[in-house]
Ligand binder design. Structure first.
Ligand code: ATP
Ligand code: MG
Length: 252
C-alpha cells in the first residue's frame, strides 16, 4: 500500500529503452513528501529525464510502480494528469505563434478557457516580467524569455505537483532569480516541486531534499545541509557530487 504522506512514490522502478541492454533506471525507490522541493541531480545520462518522463506519464516503466497522490499511475492516468504540470528540458513552444497564443494553446490543453484562462495568462506574464512582450512571436524571444514562457506553460492550471527538467539552463542570473523566486512562492502555497539541474549551488539553496543519481540508481539522498555535514571532506553539494559520481566523462 502507498503511504499517504508521500505525494510521490516510486517502487522498484526499472526502465530499459527499446534495443538497450543497460537500464536507464535501475530498481529505483523514491518517496517525496507533500510540499517538498526535491532535486534529482546526476551527471549526463544518469536517468533524470527518464524518471521525470515516467512520472508525468509520457511512457511507462519496464517494471515497478508509480504512485501519485495516493493513486497508482496506470489505473488513474487521467486523474493524475489534471494535478501535474510539466516543464520539459527541451523548449516545447510553437515558434511562429506569439507568447500569448502559445499560452492559450497550453491552457486549452489543460482544460482552461474563457476569462479564467485570459486572466491567468496575464497574471503569469506579469509575474515573470513578460507582459510587454506577450504579443511577439516566440522565435523572436531570447533564450531566457523562452525558458520563462516554457515554465508558465506548465503551471497555468495551478498543478499540485510540478516537474521541472533543468528549468534554468542557459538562463542569465537575473532570469534565473526571477524563475527561482516565483517557484519558491508557488511552493509556499503548497505545490510540490520536483526539479533536475546541473547547477549544484542552485540546488543547494533551492531544494529541501536532493537525490544524487547515476546509472539509474540513487547514490545518496538527503537535505543538502545534512549531506554536507555528514563528512569532513564535504564543503558543498558540488564536492559531494564529484566525490560520489567520480570525474569520468559520461555519454561517450
Ligand atoms: N529515447 C531514448 N532511447 C534510448 N535510450 C535513451 C533514450 N532517452 C535516454 N536514453 C538513455 O537513457 C539513459 C538516461 O538518459 P536521461 O535522458 O534520462 O539522462 P539525464 O540524466 O536526463 O541526462 P542529461 O543530464 O544529459 O539530461 C542514457 O544512457 C541515455 O542515453
Ligand atoms: Mg535530461
Amino acid at each position: 500500500m502507498q503511504d499517504s504522506k508521500h505525494i510521490i512514490e516510486l517502487k522498484y522502478l526499472t526502465k530499459y529503452y527499446k534495443g538497450s541492454s543497460i537500464p536507464a533506471i535501475d530498481n529505483l525507490n523514491l518517496s517525496i513528501d507533500k510540499g517538498e522541493i526535491y532535486g534529482l541531480l546526476g551527471p549526463n545520462g544518469a536517468g533524470k529525464t527518464t524518471t521525470i518522463s515516467i512520472l508525468c506519464g509520457l511512457f511507462g516503466p519496464t517494471s515497478g510502480n508509480v504512485f501519485i497522490d495516493g493513486m497508482e499511475y496506470h489505473h488513474s492516468a487521467e486523474k493524475i494528469k489534471n494535478i501535474i504540470g510539466v516543464v520539459p528540458q527541451e523548449i516545447a513552444l510553437y515558434p511562429s505563434l506569439t507568447a500569448r497564443e502559445n499560452l492559450t494553446f497550453f491552457g486549452h490543453m489543460y482544460g482552461l478557457k474563457g476569462k479564467e484562462l485570459k486572466n491567468r495568462i496575464e497574471e503569469c506574464l506579469t509575474l515573470f516580467g513578460l507582459e510587454k512582450n506577450a504579443h511577439r512571436r516566440i522565435k523572436t524571444f531570447s533564450g531566457g524569455m523562452k525558458r520563462r514562457i516554457n515554465l508558465i506553460a506548465g503551471i497555468l492550471h495551478k498543478p499540485k505537483i510540478i516537474y521541472l527538467d533543468e528549468p534554468t539552463v542557459g538562463v542569465d542570473v537575473q532570469s534565473r532569480n526571477v524563475i527561482l523566486e516565483h517557484l519558491k512562492n508557488i511552493n509556499k502555497e503548497g505545490t510540490t516541486i520536483i526539479y533536475t539541474s546541473h547547477y549544484m549551488e542552485e540546488a543547494e539553496s533551492f531544494c529541501s531534499r536532493v537525490a544524487i543519481i547515476d546509472k539509474g540508481n540513487i547514490l545518496t539522498e538527503g537535505k543538502p545541509q545534512e549531506l554536507i555535514a555528514s563528512k569532513k571532506e564535504y564543503t558543498d553539494l558540488e564536492s559531494i557530487f564529484l566525490n560520489i559520481t567520480g570525474r569520468a566523462l559520461r555519454d561517450e
